[in-house]
Write a protein that binds this ligand. Structure first.
Ligand code: ARG
Length: 465
């Protein structure tokens, strides 16, 4: 038996290997809700335009509702011989309502169908990721409010650089997540046009109403060019680009958690909920969730790279290559969503070791810049000279094995006679962060104000309908 959906001119069955390479139901079955929604919108429009009868449209609609609940309840028998979700649904519809089912495919093609379904799917994924990113920001802000004044070491080159506050560090990721959300929102805006009614590639001779189906599916408008509508996948590429950048942000944070929880560093402890033990070493607490967040990035960037390569040589319009657009993207959005939720969980109950953080913040002469700044401010020294003088004082302290603020004033005065006790007061880590009041700086009062502003902004966004 040849394929009953397209086998009119065929007499033989496809080879088993042909079927194996062609089948996509294992992947596109995840589009069932979108496929059925689009078919319902299409049938209602065909009837409103007098292209099919109202009674056929009603039966089609009822049949599609039955199929939706069959799939929801796990009672649907997906058939590989029917290739994809579109033909599985249509075939079941004809079992349920008979010949009227055959009218549903009037004035459309699987090409505009799949483009429509996948746009709807990616739109749903974007909305889910946006909600997860918002919860992630909320968690970061909650902890930042709590730790606006908790001093920790700030690093450049992974060398202790200057003291910062933990709240400031956490708010850095709130800003990154905000830009990630902005990128997803931009992608969503461009994505939100309907391909439905572009048909195979050239449009249709039937008097369809593309604006009506676009509206019914929540799109802003129909896509203006039928060839473009069925043949581009830039909407997936954009969402995957945004996902890749977001994943890279999460991966950097995950790496910090791995580093901070290492006994060599010991700045933070993750809760039992987000650590695992070792089967052989009883003392171990492994940050597996953070490591996996770091690793999932490969999957997301891999999906973007794979689809860019699939698309790069394709002439217009639809090519079967494009069937390969879904699996990687679906896995990537799932991986990102999980990674965001895992990071949110870790942020909410991580326990900083405040004493260790404070101690580490002062190691490595982290307040040397503060001494140089004092020389500039009080003695009106050019910064370059102040840098040099401070360097000599650091060398002296290092030789004696003491911290900068522990060095006797006399010792400093041997390097620069005009230094007074006032300079020493600014050299504690608390004084150092307190002085960083420039806009965007790490001073606790800045951090508190920023965290409060973010809390208000997130609260307002939640209340928006
Ligand atoms: N399963 C196909 C895909 O995902 C649906 C479109 C098939 N169209 C076609 N003319 N063979 O791309």
């Amino acid at each position: 038996m040849s394929n009953k959906m397209w086998g009119g001119r065929f007499t033989g069955r496809p080879d088993a290997i042909m079927e194996e390479i062609n089948v996509s139901i294992d992947v596109d079955r995840h589009l069932y809700a979108q496929d059925i929604a689009a078919s319902k919108a299409h049938a209602a429009m065909l009837s409103a335009q007098g292209i099919i009868t109202a009674s056929d449209a009603k039966n089609i609609g009822k049949g599609l509702d039955t199929i939706l609940s069959e799939i929801d309840n796990g009672a649907f028998d997906f058939k590989r011989a029917l290739e994809d979700i579109h033909m599985n649904v249509e075939s079941r519809l004809s079992e349920l309502i008979g010949p009227a089912a055959g009218r549903l495919h009037t004035a459309r093609s699987r090409n505009d169908q799949v483009a429509t379904d996948f746009r709807l799917y990616v739109r749903d994924e974007i909305d889910e990721i946006d909600a997860a990113l918002s919860a992630f920001q909320q968690a970061l802000v909650t902890r930042a409010l709590e730790h606006a004044a908790t001093v920790m070491p700030g690093f450049t080159h992974l060398q202790t650089a200057q003291p910062v506050t933990l709240g400031h560090h956490l708010l850095a990721y709130v800003e990154m997540a905000a830009r990630d959300r902005g990128r997803f929102a931009d992608a969503r805006r461009r994505l939100n046009e309907s391909p439905l009614g572009a048909a195979a590639l050239a449009g249709t001779s039937f008097p369809i109403d593309r604006a009506a189906t676009a509206k019914a599916l929540g799109f802003d408008r129909p896509m203006a060019n039928s060839l473009d509508a069925v043949s581009d996948r830039d909407f997936v590429l954009e969402a995957l680009s945004a996902a890749s950048i977001a994943s890279v942000h999460l991966s950097r944070f995950a790496e910090e958690l791995v580093l901070w929880t290492s006994p060599l560093v010991g700045l933070v402890r993750l809760s039992d909920k987000f650590t695992t033990g070792s089967s052989i070493m009883p003392q171990k607490r492994n940050p597996d969730a953070a490591e996996l967040v770091r690793a999932k990035t490969g999957r997301v960037i891999g999906a973007l790279t794979a689809l860019l390569i699939v698309m790069k040589g394709l002439p217009l319009a639809y090519q079967k290559d494009m069937q390969e657009d879904k699996q990687g993207a679906m896995e990537a959005f799932g991986a990102l969503s999980l990674a965001i939720r895992a990071m949110t969980g870790m942020v909410l109950d991580l326990v900083p070791d405040e004493a260790r953080m404070k101690q580490a913040a002062g190691e490595g002469y982290a307040t040397a810049t503060d001494l140089a700044d004092w020389l500039v401010r009080t003695l009106k020294m050019p910064f370059r000279d102040a840098h040099h003088v401070t360097g000599r004082i650091v060398a002296l302290a290092s030789k004696q094995g003491v911290a900068l603020h522990e060095l006797p004033l006399q010792a400093m005065q041997e390097v620069e006679p005009k230094i007074t006790a006032d300079a020493l007061r600014g050299l504690s880590v608390e004084a150092s962060v307190r002085s960083r009041t420039s806009y965007g700086g790490t001073a606790p009062k800045n951090v508190l104000a920023q965290a409060k502003a973010w809390a208000r902004r997130l609260e307002k966004a939640r209340k928006r309908p």
